[in-house]
Ligand binder design. Sequence first.
Ligand SMILES: Cc1ncc(COP(=O)(O)O)c(C=O)c1O
Ligand SMILES: N[C@@H](CCCC[NH3+])C(=O)O
Length: 415
Amino acid sequence: MDHFNYKNGQLCAEDIPLREIAAAHGTPCYIYSRATLERHWHAFDDAFAEQPHLVCYAVKANSNLAILDVLARLGSGFDIVSIGELERVIKAGGKAGRIVFSGVGKRPEEMQRALELGIRCFNIESEAELERLSQVATAMGVEAPVALRVNPDVDAGTHPYISTGLKENKFGIPIGEALALYEKAADLPGLKISGIDCHIGSQLTELSPFLDALDRLLLLVDRLAEKGISIDHLDLGGGLGVTYRDETPPSPAEYARAVSQKLADRPFGIFIEPGRAIAANAGVLLTRVEYLKPTQEKDFAIVDAAMNDLIRPSLYQAWQAIIPVEQNATGRDGSYDIVGPVCETGDFLGKDRELSLSPGDLLAVRSSGAYGFTMASNYNSRPRAAEVMVDGNQAYLVRERETLADLYRGEHLIP
Ligand SMILES: Cc1ncc(COP(=O)(O)O)c(C=O)c1O
Ligand SMILES: N[C@@H](CCCC[NH3+])C(=O)O
């Protein structure tokens, strides 16, 4: 459920027709619904209400300051993977004490800044990283709270590019090596063991991989306890899928129920790091048809958004719904490939879509609130799109469209 619906034949974001947003801010343009974002966040927070928990929104899904601000006001935690994401969260009013820091390549200056701010936990992904954090924290005279991100070797059953919990993936510490590394962490100066962490992949539509991973983590927790190592939280990562087309992922409530059953009355908190499930269906990408190009092989609709704006279809063959902004528009009926202006055969937003189109029509690519703008680039020297947040009957420009001058800002000619 989201807040993008037709009213009087016009597709709206909450109470605002998308046509009005296009007129005010141009296309391509990302449009987010505050009400949807808040509802999705509350769905997770309410689902875990029975136990100590922290919802750490995965910033990589959508890091616009306005999005982070909306979630920070709800009391959200945040999962970050870079100093850039860290500074965004702080700028948006997020609390350092609710930030967890994931990622395989944390640099010393990133660790130092996170320690200065006093983040909640570092999710450590290798022995070398553990040693580096120990050195950085010791030099600063502080203790770094750590969890080891364990790679439980479970098949998340998702696209190979977004599966992260298999032993051949670069992420986390192989579960067989984790016990020894916890013992090492307990001995190293400047570290305080706080938790255990995993994240097995993204867009999961079944509960079983999460529960398999949890079982494996709990076995490890018991073995740690035998060694006198206790934790205060278990971080299950993100990954809960969404409906793009006909997927039927578990709801946050079903997910929480299953997880809570396994945890029984264990004396630690649960952290989760949902990104997509909060942001994806809280956003659409608004684009305009530039040209229709019927050929003998194919009907192409060439639109003003491209793979540089939304790369998911090209990169993962991801399917996202593409719907008209004007419900009863009549144009040329066809089965269209919706393609952008970028000079790549792989530049498409959707294929074989039954639509009735005319040049100038507006289309909305649904489920674009996660991994949309954050994965955008300037390929083909295309300025990145504007972003708008709708709140009831108000639309706010939350990121200006890049200008042509932005494209070469910081570039210099040689003498
Ligand atoms: C460590 C970590 N946590 C959380 C997430 C968020 O995942 P999702 O957007 O699938 O919830 C990701 C991305 O997959 C991740 O790498
Ligand atoms: N960017 C991916 C998900 C990767 C998640 C990052 N760990 C997507 O659009 O589906």
